[in-house]
Design a protein around this ligand. Structure first.
Ligand SMILES: [Zn+2]
Length: 152
């Protein structure tokens, strides 16, 4: 599965899929049919049962994310985490330290291991820039996903 198209009601889910490294665009309108390698994620009940459609059952993002990973049999790859801009869905690119100067706080410039940036919106990221809380939430969610799979 290479692309996970999210409908307009699934903005929060789309951001978390991007955080995991998945290509998760959120077009203004979903196409009527999924192309090969695509899944259409939607909360529209009328679409339930269509080929290539994941009808999202849950209100809470954590539950939605678990449902998508389970139904599409996706196993998140930690090496791809934080590899996309959460806003733009564009893969981030490495940024040399000298180019990060002036775009991040000085203490970050001196201490961060490395930088990436979004070629679309220009945001600069570094390890930890998404926040400890995001990391913890991620670990908690994926832990539950794995135990859910093994218990099934
Ligand atoms: Zn961006």
């Amino acid at each position: 599965m290479s692309r996970l198209l999210c409908d307009s009601m699934l903005g929060h889910l789309a951001r978390w899929l991007r955080l995991l490294g998945y290509d998760a665009p959120q077009p203004k309108r979903l196409p009527a049919q999924a192309a090969p390698g695509e899944a259409l994620l939607t909360r529209r009940r009328a679409w339930q049962g269509r080929p290539g459609v994941v009808f999202i059952l849950h209100d809470l993002m954590e539950d939605q994310l678990r449902q998508v990973l389970c139904e599409l049999e996706l196993t998140p790859d930690p090496s791809r985490f934080f590899s996309r801009c959460l806003d733009c869905n564009v893969p981030v690119q490495p940024l040399a330290r000298e180019h990060a100067a002036g775009r991040v706080p000085d203490y970050i410039l001196d201490t961060a291991e490395g930088f990436t940036h979004c070629p679309s919106c220009g945001k600069v990221f570094w390890p930890g820039s998404h926040g400890k809380r995001a990391q913890e939430r991620l670990t908690a969610m994926l832990g539950q996903t794995q135990s859910g799979v093994s218990g099934a």
